[in-house]
Structures are given as structure tokens and as C-alpha cells.
Ligand binder design. Structure first.
Ligand code: GDP
Ligand code: GDP
Length: 437
């Protein structure tokens, strides 16, 4: 289960700067795709080799200069109250203020584990800074500078240390014989209709999978002889827990479902095209490196003319994930579901394929010989050899020289070359470049 960390603090202390420092992906290629939009208040921190956690910037949700008094502050409150850890952010340059005192008062009421983080401390004498906040009574105070990325790695270590244990049940969630699928998408695209239809049709074992944590409800099903686990599934949750229909954390739920699955099925409403919210759901799935299938739902409600229009729109708006299969379905009538599950299976097969060093090096050699990288300021990158370094998504480490001069378009060429050569569909493909041999 992806834990939740909430950033709380008065306006201007640097919450959104810290949010960016925590959630910025190292993989620039993923981020620069045109067509992906991102919500600036919810993100995932993925420290290398450590646990990922979701981050919510509550200041953004609470609205401008709202402090924590206004009605819109309810969302911020709710996020902080549900968080596994709250970071109470203060401004080391301005020192403690009355508004900080107010915030601390309701944080105490919320009684979630809380850390005091003093921002903007670059160039300041740390004891003096801490003295100002000593009366808040935190055993530990972390000094950081979000803008200069100072203390961020230590902060991440502290956060991870304070998060609740993953629990012994984490193993249960990763049964290798099952394809873990999440149906995600904005409200009303038809997620629960689809899941309920699957439940009815497939006589799924509709009980909660034992051991899954908190709000997560997963169900197991079999289809055409293949085993699936539908993780953290909206429709099931709605059925199992009426109370939980509150959409306030739907983005967090989406992030958690993405984290738990191998294949993310992003559902769209054919009548609505690809909205910004859809694009941001797609963006989250991409950031997590998940295999992806797009299910264009409510296809039944479209006239032939509308279908043509929708096809053209999808081709344009989904160009940034053209490697993902888009399947037309009707959750209501149950049409297109065989194609959908075939696409899920293909995506899973591609995402989890094991590669050998020889075939990978061979592919790089051929790609390089067919189309060598362009000369950049008198230098040409040389690709020497490569080896596989991960699955779901397939990841390849390429060794060579002057790799820094490789352009984005050349990296894209490599990616597409690999896709074609290894017939990879429905999965992102990642490359790591290592200078030297
Ligand atoms: P928020 O309202 O809490 O989200 O604050 P912002 O992230 O928008 O930051 C408010 C201002 O503080 C901006 O002008 C930032 O550039 C600045 N700021 C953020 N972090 C730091 C920092 O570590 N040091 C300094 N000196 N300024 C910072
Ligand atoms: P969720 O919020 O994503 O779980 O969406 P729901 O499953 O609750 O569906 C939202 C609305 O869309 C409901 O009124 C459904 O009856 C309707 N709906 C769902 N799937 C289809 C479909 O395939 N075709 C049509 N015409 N309507 C659908």
C-alpha cells in the first residue's frame, strides 16, 4: 500500500517547492511528453531503492491565502487527518508566526504522526533557526532548503523511517500466478459498471482478498483460463463499503491502485474524449512505469459519425502513448471485453518479458549501425553494449561513451527500435545510460 504524506503549512513557506523537489522524476523523458498534464497537488516520491510514498500538498487544495480557517480548508484537513505522516512546514527566515500556532493546534487535534520541517534555511545558522521553533515541542526538527535541494535526501530518509511498516501481508498482494490489473479513471467513466459486470459474468470470488490493508479491496477472477487480481477496485469498494463512496481521495486511491498493479487500464468515456483529468491519470500510470491499456467505454452510446470523430480525437490526444492499445468497450452491454482482456494479457506479457544480455546488446548494435547518433558539437556518442536491468517496465542499461550528447529524439528512436524488434506492446520501455565500459 502506497503510504500518504501530507505537506501542511501556511501559504508561502515553500510547500509547493518541496512538493516538486520530492515528486520530480529523474526520468526527464517521461516528464516531457506533450499531452500529459499533471496535478500539482498529488504526486509520488520514488527514491531510488527505497519505498515510494504519495505526497499531497494540502496548501494547494486549501486555496490561496486561505490559511486554515475557510470552508475550503476542509479538504486540507481531511488529507492531513488521513495521512500516514504529516510534514508541518515552517519558514526558517520568517520564524514562527501566529498562523503557524493555529495550524499546529489543529494538527494536534488530528493527532497524526507529525514532523516539523523548517524550510528556507540555506545560509542560516541552524541552532538559531531551531531555537525559534523549540517551543513547539518537537523532539526533532529538520532544516531544509527546498529551493536549493538541501537536506531533501535526509528528509526522505526520515520520512521513510517514520512510515508505518509495510506489513507481512505485502507478499500476498504479489501472487506471481495472477496478473494484477487496476481499472482507473475519473469518476463516471464506468469503472464500477465494468467491475460489477465482470463480477456477475465471471462468478468471481467476490470476497476481500485477505491481508490487504486498509481501504484496499482486491478480487480474484479467472477469464479464458488466465488468472487475474483486480486491485483496489472502485466498483467493489463501492459495493463493500458504502461509506467509502467519498471521492475526496480519489486521486490518492488512484495512485495506490496504480502502485499495486502491473497493468493499468485507464478508462475513458467515448462521449467526452480525453479530458485533462484523463490525461493526468495517464500521466500517473506512466510515471509509475505501468503497462497500460486504454479502455474507451460507452462505445454503445455513439453514432457512426460520432465514432469517427472520437477515433480521430483519440489518435491525436493519445499520441503520447501510441504504444498502448486502445480498446472500444461497453461496460453496460459487455461488448469488447474479450479484446480488452487480450490487450491486458499482451501488455502484461510484454511488460514482464525476460531478456538476455546477448539479444539486448545485439539490438543496440543494430540500432546504432542503422542510425548512428548525430554529431553534437564535434562529438558523437558511442553505444557499446547493453544489458537488461528490470521488468515491468522493461529496462535496459546501455553502456558507451559521450552518452550525455544523446538527444531525446535519439533515445526515442532507440525505444521504438526496441519496441519493434522485441514486439513490445502496451508497456513503457526505459533506458539507463552508463558512461564507460
Ligand atoms: P507555498 O505557498 O507554501 O506552496 O510556497 P511556495 O513553494 O510557492 O514558495 C513560496 C516562495 O518561497 C517562493 O517564492 C519560493 O521560491 C520560495 N522558497 C521556497 N523554498 C525556498 C527555500 O528553500 N529557500 C528560499 N530562500 N526560498 C524558498
Ligand atoms: P465510475 O464512477 O467510473 O465507477 O462510473 P459508473 O460505473 O458508476 O458509471 C457512471 C455512469 O455511466 C452510470 O450511469 C452508468 O450506467 C453509465 N455507464 C457505464 N458504462 C456504460 C456504458 O458502457 N455505456 C453507457 N451508455 N453508459 C455506461
Amino acid at each position: 500500500m502506497l503510504p500518504l504524506v501530507a505537506l501542511v503549512g501556511r501559504p508561502n513557506v515553500g510547500k509547493s517547492t518541496l512538493f516538486n523537489a520530492l515528486t520530480r522524476t529523474r526520468d526527464a523523458l517521461v516528464h516531457d511528453e506533450p499531452g500529459v498534464t499533471r496535478d500539482r497537488h498529488y504526486g509520488v516520491c520514488r527514491p531510488e531503492g527505497q519505498r515510494a510514498f504519495a505526497v499531497v500538498d494540502t496548501g494547494g487544495i486549501a486555496g490561496e491565502d486561505e490559511g486554515l480557517a475557510g470552508a475550503t480548508a476542509r479538504q486540507a484537513r481531511a488529507a492531513a487527518e488521513e495521512a500516514d505522516l504529516v510534514l508541518f512546514i515552517v519558514d526558517g527566515r520568517e520564524g514562527a508566526s501566529a498562523l503557524d500556532d493555529d495550524i499546529l493546534r489543529w494538527l494536534r487535534k488530528a493527532s497524526r504522526p507529525t514532523m516539523l520541517v523548517i524550510n528556507k534555511t540555506e545560509g542560516l545558522e541552524s541552532n538559531a533557526v531551531r531555537a525559534d521553533f523549540a517551543r513547539y515541542g518537537f523532539a526533532e526538527m529538520l532544516s531544509i532548503s527546498s529551493a536549493h535541494r538541501q537536506g531533501i535526501d535526509d528528509l526522505i530518509d526520515e520520512i521513510i523511517e517514520k512510515l508505518p511498516d509495510e506489513g507481512a501481508t505485502a507478499q500476498l498482494d504479489t501472487d506471481p500466478s495472477r496478473i494484477r490489473v487496476a481499472f482507473i479513471g475519473r469518476p463516471n467513466v464506468g469503472k464500477s459498471t465494468l467491475v460489477n459486470r465482470l463480477l456477475g459474468e465471471e462468478r468471481m470470488i467476490a470476497s476481500d482478498v485477505p491481508g490487504t490493508t486498509r481501504d484496499s479491496v482486491s478480487v480474484d477472477m479467472e477469464r479464458d483460463g488466465r488468472l487475474y487480481r483486480l486491485v483496489d477496485t472502485a466498483g467493489v469498494r463501492r459495493k463493500a463499503r458504502v461509506e467509502d463512496a467519498v471521492e475526496k481521495f480519489s486521486i490518492i486511491k488512484t495512485l495506490q491502485a496504480i502502485e499495486q498493479c502491473q497493468v493499468a487500464v485507464v478508462m475513458l468515456d467515448a462521449g467526452e474524449g480525453v479530458t485533462d483529468q484523463d490525461a493526468s491519470v495517464l500521466g500517473y500510470a506512466l510515471d509509475a512505469g505501468r503497462a497500460l491499456v486504454v479502455a474507451v467505454n460507452k462505445w454503445d452510446g455513439q453514432t457512426d459519425y460520432q465514432r469517427q470523430q472520437t477515433e480521430a480525437l483519440l489518435a491525436r490526444k493519445l499520441a503520447f502513448v501510441e504504444w498502448a492499445e486502445a480498446v472500444r468497450i461497453s461496460a453496460k452491454h459487455g461488448s469488447g471485453l474479450r479484446e480488452l482482456f487480450n490487450a491486458i494479457h499482451r501488455a502484461h506479457t510484454s511488460a514482464t518479458r525476460e531478456f538476455g544480455t546477448t539479444e539486448v546488446t545485439k539490438a543496440v548494435e543494430i540500432a546504432y549501425e542503422t542510425n548512428p547518433p548525430p554529431v553534437v558539437r564535434g562529438h558523437v556518442a558511442k553505444l557499446r553494449f547493453a544489458h537488461p536491468s528490470g521488468t515491468n517496465p522493461p529496462t535496459f542499461t546501455v553502456h558507451g561513451t559521450r552518452l550525455r550528447t544523446l538527444t531525446d529524439s535519439y533515445k526515442r528512436y532507440l525505444e521504438n527500435f526496441f519496441r519493434k524488434r522485441f514486439k513490445l506492446v502496451g508497456t513503457p520501455v526505459r533506458f539507463l545510460f552508463k558512461e564507460g565500459t
